[in-house]
Design a protein. Structure first.
Length: 578
């Protein structure tokens, strides 16, 4: 019962009020006592100031005269006891009968000694052998500047302390009555405080069980009422936040389930908490086998848990796929590791691109090294030795040729760099495809006539006007036709056909040259790729022409297709939107 907040409030209120009443009662009794004792002391002072001057006015210390003075004042109605003591400790005069004339037997010795030493003092004392308290005062009697005796006045305090006892009893009864009343009032007050709190507690339990429909009744405008209002507000906010958490949870589950990366979460006991669909696909999970065993074979979970290496990265290969596994721990509220999350990424394409980048750098280095070696060798020869004019001219011709080769390579690389950085653009204008091809054939005539090749231009369209960038498309056609000339033997035939469909203008370049192996066709547009590397370099190619051509065609929104059969010939098909 007393663990209830209601009774705790009641007891606290009772203790506070009870202590306050006791303290107040003590102060009242003490003040009452101090007041009456002060009054008695003042009376003693007044009486001594009334009697002492008359005694000191006597010519000699005459006991009879002193007794007469005492009796005179006693007749005025004073109820104090008055004693006069000589220097021999004898009572020579008094207002009452005494059992002994020896002062120290019935009077306070300390006060007597103080008076003999010329000091006036007042003190409360108890009379020997009697349960009586008195207030005593002693004063030295001086005649002719010498102490001849002591004036001792005593006031009985029994009446005062009797009154104080009665007063104390009245205060105690009042305190007890007030305490009972306080308990009753405190209980009522505590009840008004505890009932709303108990109501909030009941509603909080329901809230903990997921019931958000209950509201606390607000019955006051005080702090308890504010607490009830706040509880209702918190209930609404909690309901809203839980709904938001559920939405976020569903959203996160959806994101995790359909993310491009695989995700697996396990606890430190090796139990799988979550695995998304992408992880099953990347790890090629067989549903007929135990899930953990399959994952453990790939990710080495047992080893990770045993060594407690909860953070790491590893690359694995499954079939033709290369997977990157990142894993790290997740923690509870106390920052203790409770599990591990594995993120699985398919980096097959990235590894392929990285390999292509490395090959690209190696190819560039190789392509630059060959002409640079030639230039350096011929230059050193010219510097070290003196030849006749004909040999010098021959060496310089080789150096110039290699420099031109390097210039073509650098120019092609810069052009591809512009394509990659999206700096390149096309200037689309109305131009004539037939005129373009005829001008290119005119420029390339020396190349195919020296090999006794025949180029037939076949027009299967009436309208050859289209929208394209003349200069860039000229670069493409020169590359395609010159390749056909290079790789077609002497006396070979090259057909150039102009066609169209509903959407595209089509140019086909067909030769009966050496052709390309089928397994190498998929690499034909890769940078620096050559089917026959030695022969391509001998013919002056950089290995970038088809890559540049493909970029230009795609800038026009078109496509380029290479079809070939080894030792039978090659067909290049260019499609550009009309």
């Amino acid at each position: 019962m007393f663990s209830s907040i209601k009774w705790r409030f009641t007891i606290i209120y009772f203790i506070l009020i009870f202590v306050a009443l006791i303290t107040a009662g003590i102060f009242i009794v003490q003040a009452f006592e101090d007041y009456h004792l002060g009054t008695v002391e003042n009376k003693l002072n007044d009486l001594s100031q009334l009697i002492l001057p008359k005694i000191e006015a006597l010519e000699t210390f005459n006991p009879d005269e002193i007794q007469q003075i005492i009796e005179t004042h006693q007749g005025l109605g004073f109820d104090e006891e008055i004693y006069v003591v000589n220097n021999q400790d004898q009572i020579v005069a008094s207002s009452t009968e005494t059992q002994s004339n020896i002062a120290s037997n019935i009077l306070d010795l300390n006060l007597l000694i103080a008076a003999r030493n010329g000091k006036s003092e007042t003190a409360i004392a108890a009379i020997k052998n009697y349960d009586v308290r008195t207030m005593d005062q002693s004063m030295p009697i001086r005649i002719d500047e010498s102490t001849v005796g002591i004036l001792f006045i005593r006031h009985n305090l029994d009446a005062i302390y009797t009154t104080l006892s009665k007063t104390t009893m009245i205060i105690v009864r009042a305190i007890l009555l007030a305490s009972l009343f306080t308990v009753f009032i405190s209980f009522l007050i505590a009840k008004t405080i505890s009932e709303p709190i108990e109501d909030i507690a009941r509603k909080a339990l329901l809230l903990g069980e997921g019931d958000f429909s209950n509201k606390v009744d607000v019955k006051s405008g005080d702090e308890i009422g504010d607490l009830a209002r706040i509880f209702n507000v918190l209930t609404d906010k909690l309901r809203y936040n839980i709904n938001e958490v559920f939405k976020e949870k569903n959203k996160m589950e959806t994101i995790i389930e359909y993310m491009n990366d695989g995700l697996i979460a396990i606890d430190l006991e090796g139990q799988i908490i979550h695995i998304n669909a992408k992880a099953r696909i990347l790890l090629k999970i067989d549903e007929s086998r135990r899930l953990f065993n399959q994952i453990n074979e790939v990710l080495n979970i047992d080893e990770i848990l045993e060594n407690e290496t909860y953070v790491g990265i590893q690359n694995i290969q499954i079939g033709e796929s290369i997977l990157k596994i990142d894993y790290l721990p997740f923690e509870d509220d106390s920052e203790n590791n409770i599990g591990i999350v594995f993120v699985i990424r398919d980096i097959t394409e990235r590894e392929k691109l990285d390999r292509m980048r490395k090959e690209f750098v190696a190819n560039v280095s190789h392509e630059l090294k060959t002409p640079l070696t030639s230039i350096k060798s011929y230059s050193e020869t010219l510097i070290d030795d003196v030849y006749d004019q004909e040999i010098t001219k021959k060496f310089l011709t080789v150096i110039n040729s290699e420099a031109d080769r390097m210039d073509r390579l650098v120019r092609d690389l810069l052009q591809l760099s512009n394509f990659d950085a999206s700096f390149a653009d096309v200037r689309i204008e109305n131009n004539d495809w037939l005129v373009l091809v005829e001008n290119i054939l005119l420029k390339l005539r020396p190349s195919y006539e020296i090999k006794n090749q025949r180029i037939d231009l076949k027009r299967k369209v009436n309208e050859t006007i289209g929208q394209f960038d003349y200069d860039r498309m000229e670069q493409v056609m020169i590359n395609i036709i010159s390749n056909a000339i290079k790789y077609t033997p002497e006396a070979g035939i090259i057909d150039i056909i102009l066609e169209e469909d509903e959407e595209f203008f089509i140019i086909k370049v067909i030769d009966d040259g050496i052709g390309i192996p089928e397994n190498e066709l998929k690499y034909i547009f890769d940078r620096f790729y050559r089917v026959n590397k030695a022969r391509s370099r001998k013919l002056g190619g950089t290995g970038l022409g088809l890559s540049i051509a493909k970029e230009i065609i795609e800038l026009h929104g078109g496509v380029i297709i290479i079809e070939s059969t080894l030792n039978e010939g090659t067909t290049a098909v260019i499609k550009v939107p009309k």
